[in-house]
Design a protein around this ligand. Structure first.
Ligand SMILES: Cc1cc2nc3c(=O)[nH]c(=O)nc-3n(C[C@H](O)[C@H](O)[C@H](O)COP(=O)(O)OP(=O)(O)OC[C@H]3O[C@@H](n4cnc5c(N)ncnc54)[C@H](O)[C@@H]3O)c2cc1C
Length: 422
């Protein structure tokens, strides 16, 4: 047993030291809890938090499961370089996930989710700003450009912008003439797009490092081990067991293992439908041109983020279970899309760059799983953030602290119930 880790009400074990686990540990430690983060890989390279695009996106108020996604996805399936792929396989978990995704990809679900996603998105942005100020990491508050190269893309994004305005977000629809204002030092090839002014960007690694330091400063500890199961007293979970046989006891356990939460939840009798949404990133250490704003390239579904002196280009969503193999064709697709929008760059600039791969923990309705388990009151699940885990990490951690302390949540979390699919 870990010494001094008595299972008193004040101690909490957080499984997973990715952005969601760290943000949870941070708010718990700050509130005076005795926190232990159990993370199997301190480099975070096997998780999803290290190489992501670093975007903080209140603009993402439309869940992944939305109208049009399925028909667009079917078209993309035929193109090996496309940004979306679902690897067909005989797998009950995949079949269940796809069936639930189909059931949620409709206008009703989008309408039911948009206010919640806006509220948690804006609250998380506020917390990111507060954290950056308090913990001293750099946060760029210049907004995000959604860049479009086709009239169809522009029309679709103008509709999204109208909805964003209806929801009270600060956006501007712009034409080609504005591109030089946004990026005076680089060429941008686009017809125009939408500027989501409240979005921000940062370096995920700086964010992770700042949280780790703050957790330690607030008395938290880290254990580099793999959690393989739970420890019980009677029927009640009282901690976790690691691969080396260590027992880490805690009054509460927060399950924040990203995609791996699936297997751990199963051990508690909970079948959370979740698929890995595989994505890649490539980081140019010395980009030819310095970009000012982060951008999403509509037609290529590629994310571009300046991070200090470097430039990160990320993309693809391959629904793939837990497979982390690389697809050279899809990596090429990301590079070609980026170079079409930013013609100062060429595919040769990416030669020799080691790609990063990560599995987004994707729920079938595009909403995170956040809440206490009804059959295990001491276990709190915080995962399933899909493409918004970095963005929503602070609000998730802040809400986890409320769930641990038993305080009423300031935000209605019913739609995020971990057991909502039974
Ligand atoms: C290409 C790409 C770009 C992205 N860009 C953005 C973006 O711009 N903005 C945004 O908000 N999101 C983005 N995302 C999504 C974001 O990266 C994820 O949603 C987020 O990282 C999920 O965080 P997490 O902490 O839940 O999971 P993870 O980052 O996967 O962390 C889980 C951690 O738990 C550990 N773990 C798992 N099981 C165990 C165990 N049994 N014992 C001990 N430790 C365990 C793992 O090692 C891992 O470190 C992107 C993702 C990809 C792939």
């Amino acid at each position: 047993m870990i010494p001094n880790m008595a299972k008193d009400a004040n101690s909490v074990v957080v499984v997973g030291g990715g952005v969601v686990g760290l943000a949870s540990a941070y708010y718990l430690a700050k509130a005076g809890r005795q926190v232990t983060v159990v993370e199997r890989d301190s480099t975070l390279l096997s998780g999803c938090s290290e190489g992501n695009a670093g975007m903080i996106v209140p603009s993402h108020f439309i869940p992944l499961a939305a109208p049009g996604v399925i028909s667009q996805g079917m078209k993309w399936m035929l193109d090996p370089k496309s940004p979306f792929f679902l690897r067909p396989r005989l797998d009950f978990d995949l079949a269940r996930w796809v069936w639930l995704f189909f059931r949620h990809a409709n206008a009703g679900h989008v309408q039911r989710s948009e206010h919640l996603l806006r509220d948690i998105g804006l609250e998380s942005r506020r917390l990111h700003v507060e954290l950056a100020r308090e913990r001293g990491f750099h946060l760029e508050e210049r907004g995000l450009l959604m860049l479009c190269q086709s009239e169809k893309g522009l029309d679709e994004e103008a509709e999204v912008a109208k909805d964003a305005i209806r929801l009270g977000l600060d956006v501007e629809i712009f034409g080609k003439d504005r591109l030089k204002d946004f990026e005076p030092g680089a060429s941008v090839e686009a017809l125009g797009g939408v500027w989501f002014k409240q979005d921000c960007h940062l370096s995920p690694l700086d964010f992770v490092e700042a949280l780790r330091k703050a957790i330690v400063a607030n008395g938290g500890t880290f254990l580099e081990e793999e959690v393989v199961g739970f420890a019980y007293e009677g029927e009640q979970v009282i901690g976790v067991k690691t691969a080396t046989g260590t027992l880490v006891e805690g009054g509460k356990v927060v399950l924040a293992g990203g995609m791996a939460s699936l297997e751990l939840a199963r051990k508690l009798g909970l079948k959370i439908p979740m698929q890995g949404g595989k994505g890649y990133s490539l980081t140019l250490k010395e980009p030819k041109k310095a970009l000012q704003l982060c951008s999403l390239l509509k037609e290529g579904r590629v994310a571009v983020t300046p991070m200090g002196k470097t430039l990160r280009v990320a993309g693809t969503m391959e629904i793939c279970g837990s497979d982390t193999s690389l697809s050279p064709a899809r990596l090429q697709g990301i590079i070609e899309s980026f170079c079409r929008f930013y013609p100062d760059f060429s595919p040769a600039d990416f030669e020799g760059i080691e790609p990063w791969v990560g599995l987004r923990p994707c729920s079938p309705d595009g909403l995170p799983y956040l809440g206490r388990l009804s059959n295990q009151e001491r276990v709190i699940v915080a995962t399933g953030h899909s493409m918004m885990g970095l963005s929503l990490a602070p609000v998730t951690g802040w809400l986890v602290e409320k769930l641990v302390s038993g305080e009423a949540s300031p935000i209605d979390l019913t739609a995020l119930e971990p057991t909502r699919f039974g």
